[in-house]
Structure formats: C-alpha cells, structure tokens
Design a binder for this molecule. Sequence first.
Ligand code: SF4
Length: 438
Amino acid sequence: MEIRHIVKSVRAGSIAEEMEIEPGDELISINDNKIEDIFDYQYLTEDEHIIVLIRKKDGEEWELEIDKDEDEDLGIEFENGLMDNYRSCHNKCIFCFIDQMPKGMRDTLYFKDDDSRLSFLQGNYVTLTNMSDHDVDRIIKYHLGPINVSFQTTNPELRCKMLNNRFAGEALKKVDRLAAAGIEMNGQIVLCKGVNDGPELERSISDLTKYIPYLQSVSVVPVGLSRFREGLYPLEPFTKEEAKATLDIIHKWQRKVYAEHGYHFIHAGDELYFLADEPIPDADNYDGYIQYENGVGMVRSFIDEFEEEMKDRKPDSSIKREISMVGGMIMDKTKNELIKKINELYPNIIVHNYGIRNDFFGERITVTGLLTGKDIMAQLKDKPLGEVLYIPRNVLRAQSDMLLDDTTPQQISETLQVHIDIVESDGHDFVRKIVDQI
Ligand code: SF4
C-alpha cells in the first residue's frame, strides 16, 4: 500500500513555515520524484534549489520553488517518521530478547524491527537479511551512513544457524558492497556461549578487521538470558573464566589493531568485565565511546564523570540527609564504592543504595534499563528510604514516564510512601543529587 506523506508538524522559523506548509498537508513529490521513504526525502532535500509539490488539506496543489543552503532541513516532521511501513525482521535468532519476554506486555515491546532506515535514523542495529539490493543501491548512491550491523559471526553457515535464516550467510556480501563504496559502518556481536565464542569469535574479529576503516567499531556483548526461555535454543550464561578468555581475545585484537591503525576497533561490553571480575579500562580504550549505546564504556564514563564532579569539592560535615537509590545489580558494587568516596567528604549523608534483583526477567538480567516498578516496590517494602528515593532515568521508557511494566514513579511513590526523583544516568548528576539535592 502506498504511504501518503502527511505533515505532522512544522518547525517554527523553518523554510516550511515560511512556505506556509501546515500540519495535514501532503507531500507529493520533490523535483518531480516520488518519495519512497525517508532515504529519498533526505537525499532529495539536500540540494540548494528544489521544487516541492504539496497538496493542501482542501485538495489544492502548490508547487513551491525553494532556494536554501545545501543540507538545510525544510523543518517538516511527517506523521510516519520513516515515510514508509516499518519492516519487521525475517529472522528467528537463537538469542532474541523479544522471544524471552513474558506475555501480556505492551504490544509495541514485541515488535521485531530490522529496518535499515531505522539504523540511520535511530542507530538501530540491523542484520541486513531483509535489506534489498535496491536498498543497498540507494545507500551507496545517497552515501548514507553510518549503518549499524548486527554481525554475530562472519561464518556464513553459523550465521544462518544463529539467525535461523538460510539467507543470513549470503547477506554478509552486502557488507562487501557497502565497504567497497566507502559506507561507514559499526558492528555488533551478541556472544553466545559455545556458539560464536572462542575460535569463532577470533575468526569473526579477524574477518571484520578487513573492513577497516569503513567498519569503524565492533562491540562484543554477552547474550541477555531471561527466565522465559522455554522451548528456545539452550543457551547458558558465561562463567568468570569464559568471560576472562573472551576478554583475552578482545584485548589481543585491540593491541594488534591499535598498533596498525591507532584505535581499538573491537570493544567488550561492560558486562564482560563484571563477569570476569576485571577492572574497567580507561576512557582512552573506548575510542570516543563509539559503542556507548551498546553498553560499552558506560561504566567508565560514569566513574570519570563522578571523579570530575568530586575533584574540587571540600569536606563538609554540615550537610545532613538520608536518601536512597536504586539500580540494576550490575552497577551495585561500583556505586557503593563511589558512595564511600562521597562519605569521605560528606560523612553525614546517609545513602541507602539498593541493587534491585530482576525477578521479572530473572536474576541473570542485571542491567538497570530492564528493571520494573514491581520489583522495585516489592524489594524496597519495609526498607529505610530516607527523604527521597532516586530512580535512574534509564529505567523509564524512552519519551515516557513509565517503567517497562507500565508502573509510574507516582505509583512507586504512593506504594513506598516516599518522594521520588529521577537521577540522570551520569556521574555528575549522581553526585549532585546525593550532595546538592539538585
Ligand atoms: S533480528 Fe533477531 S534478535 Fe533482532 S528482533 Fe529479529 S529475531 Fe530478534
């Protein structure tokens, strides 16, 4: 079905506003070209001189000649941000987290997208299995980038097995085309024990280094395993020794790539360091936190922000407060160490730091972003909370004030009879909330 491109809003002061384009208007064409999706729109609006055909709400058609700076945005937001239907994935990955979610959650949480357009728009990682040759042609023609690729492995047979898709191995050839055309990419490997780790990981890293410099970085993150895996491929968590062995492989390749190219390229997810009980590397190892959104370097960045926030502060025993905080188990030890440092300067601030066990998804899920309100409420019942309970921003769903299980901070506040405030997921705000109450 052909998608109509209806204007949702027009940015104040933009070219679109100047041209009297309004919400409800329909974009018909640019320079006589139909718009297939956001790829086309972004490309066609790049030029300095464009002719835009708009159908007004009353059916009248306006042909607008626009002179603008190159790359200047028209300032239009469309009702459908992708300007096309969202493409769902064609895979059934053995590690898919959506398959490991309990029933009865919001419908949108079960949508399996694998849409390369979302990779450019929102940084989503895509498997390339439903990217058509036409899409690859357009990415190359429009020189879009970076595109984020979920590799898992470069072994074609193993990739078919991991993604449960017989075309998954073949899909890797698209990476050759993209790299040959100079398209920037980032990669991700979801590491599954006994499947794509050990020698297979070595092989993948070795293969992927051949795409340097177009492939800028690759993260290796251990698979998330919830308690809802009945009937799914049997996957086990990594032991400390296995996590250490994985880090050894990654560090060996980091040294090799760094010696040749001056950056690290391959990165281990923070969780691997916790599993291996190894120290978190310095900031320099994260190549400008290029894989931050994949949980690579978040802990280092948090600690460094904390240190920076603390460095010029003087001891002050006049500040007296009692507060509480929650977070996933993964950061619990680190946060306790940081709170100890706060108490060295501010001995009369009592912080109850509660690492929340994830009973909803199962104890093996330790990240803060997957905590639910029900677990927080159940585990903090009868616990001292002080004057305020701080909840990290990343337990709230994007653009919403609800947690994953649809509870709200308000509900938590009413249940626990405590004032709730949000602490941003950075070390500066951590200190400021605890000490300065701002
Ligand atoms: S690509 Fe794989 S992991 Fe991603 S949604 Fe589809 S099945 Fe799940």
